[in-house]
Design a protein around this ligand. Structure first.
Ligand SMILES: Nc1ncnc2c1ncn2[C@@H]1O[C@H](COP(=O)(O)OP(=O)(O)OP(=O)(O)O)[C@@H](O)[C@H]1O
Ligand SMILES: [Mg+2]
Length: 261
């Protein structure tokens, strides 16, 4: 079995799937945001990533996608081709003013099948319609994304993820600012992905949702606080420690991390 260091070497496809964070430090301008992370995520697992604001959760997902390269260590991905990673960024990073309609946004999930001219065949259109129906957005095809509510936008983004048919799904705060009905519908989508054997990493702040729906949890406070079965990770001691670690880092960012030197 061979390993591939994401970011520094070409991505390859292997037989089994696992993500290993090996002494991983990620950051910006040499300032660590995720520090010396050692953890392993098995294929087919459903894992919540939790931690205070600024704990490095979004940074970690960007490290997995390869959007940012490690300052130290690596993200070792075995068994997933880069085409098989679907990524939902945190809402604040999505430009809702982009002049595009729902059907085009969702059809982007078929980018592997779309030809040079981006024409939707009848078969592709049927897939788009099915994805829109699955998230309850039938009839919204021609709406511009700027006219959607936050929850409708999130449903459209999930429809795009459905079409990507990815084995590894990364979700950054998928339920931020959406109502209970939309959240329940999108959790059903995540559960369907899980039952299909896909690997899911989702950043969440709501511990009740994590406790109810996510078997595994990784708690971050720049460094790893805990990782394992959710009930063992979401303890009040771990939550207290995570807050303390983040506050300590915020107070003295220049001493927080060897690679910042
Ligand atoms: N593009 C960037 N340039 C410089 N610093 C950044 C950048 N993005 C994030 N950071 C910093 O890295 C640290 C971790 O940020 P990150 O977005 O990963 O946190 P988070 O855990 O996702 O927080 P939140 O819960 O608020 O979304 C923060 O101190 C943040 O200010
Ligand atoms: Mg974030």
């Amino acid at each position: 079995m061979a390993w591939v260091l994401l970011g520094n070497k070409p991505f390859k496809f292997f037989m089994t799937g696992v993500i290993k964070f090996q002494n991983l430090t990620l950051g910006y301008d040499r300032m660590p945001a995720v520090q010396e992370l050692e953890a392993e995520v098995r294929e087919g697992s459903l894992t919540a990533i939790v931690g205070p604001n600024g704990a490095g959760k979004s940074t970690l997902l960007k490290g997995v996608t390869g959007a940012i390269s490690p300052l130290e260590g690596g993200v070792l991905i075995d068994g997933f081709h880069q085409d098989e990673i679907a990524y939902l960024p945190q809402q604040s990073q999505i430009d809702g003013s982009f002049p595009i309609c729902v059907i085009d946004l969702v059809a982007m999930g078929l980018w592997r099948e779309l030809g040079a001219f981006g024409r939707l065949t009848r078969k592709m259109r049927a897939k788009v319609d099915a994805a829109l129906a699955a998230v309850g957005l039938t009839g919204f095809e021609k709406r511009t994304i700027g006219s959607l509510s936050g929850g409708q936008m999130q449903r459209a983004l999930f429809a795009r993820l459905l079409l990507q048919d990815a084995r590894l799904v990364l979700l950054d705060e998928p339920f931020a600012a959406i109502d209970a009905k939309t959240m329940a519908d999108l959790i059903d989508v995540i559960k369907r992905w899980h039952s299909e054997g896909r690997t899911i990493l989702a950043v969440l702040h709501d511990y009740a949702t994590v406790g109810t729906h996510f078997p595994f949890t990784m708690m971050l406070a720049r460094e790893l606080v805990a990782h394992g079965p959710t009930a063992q990770v979401l303890t009040s001691e771990n939550q207290f420690r995570a807050r303390q670690m983040c506050e300590a880092c915020a107070a003295t960012p220049h001493t927080c991390g060897k690679s910042a030197a």
